[in-house]
Design a protein around this ligand. Sequence first.
Ligand code: PNS
Length: 169
Amino acid sequence: MSRAVYPGSFDPPTYGHLDIIERASRSFEALKVVVFENVQKDPMFTVEERVSLLKDACAHLPNVEVESSYGLLVDYACANDINIVVKGLRAVSDFDFEFKMALMNKKLAPEIETVFMITSLKYLYLSSSLVKEVAYYGGCIQELVPPQVAKKVFARVQAEKNSKTSKGV
Ligand code: PNS
């Protein structure tokens, strides 16, 4: 049975992520979507919140399971008997970092292959950080993330703004 893992920060999940998930779910018999802590990022949502948002968004995909993990991706893959890592690639700017991660993962676990899926053209510009920035300044994110995600992002942005106002920032 072909099993793959699609790892990410998903802070928050976007239609770009869901596009990759749907396409990967058609390419592999079982797909694990796994929320990892990215030590280089300061997240808006907890890991549990991101898992819950992804579970809602993937509920229509019977061969997709969503969970979280801590530690190395290759350790997760080995422990779950998975030898394919799916990553999404948007532009050349993604390539350098993704290339380094794929090679490092190969060094750590040579039996694991990284498979890159090129993003659909309509999501080429889309990233979680831009979604948060657009929402922060009151822009429309309706076409960028599922409705339940948009609701959560706006609530979190509003809470951040209220906290800044109360501190006089
Ligand atoms: O959505 P992101 O932030 O680009 O995802 C990055 C992620 C979570 C896939 C990456 O940071 C990762 O694999 N984290 C797990 C820890 C790990 O294995 N680090 C070494 C990567 S070579």
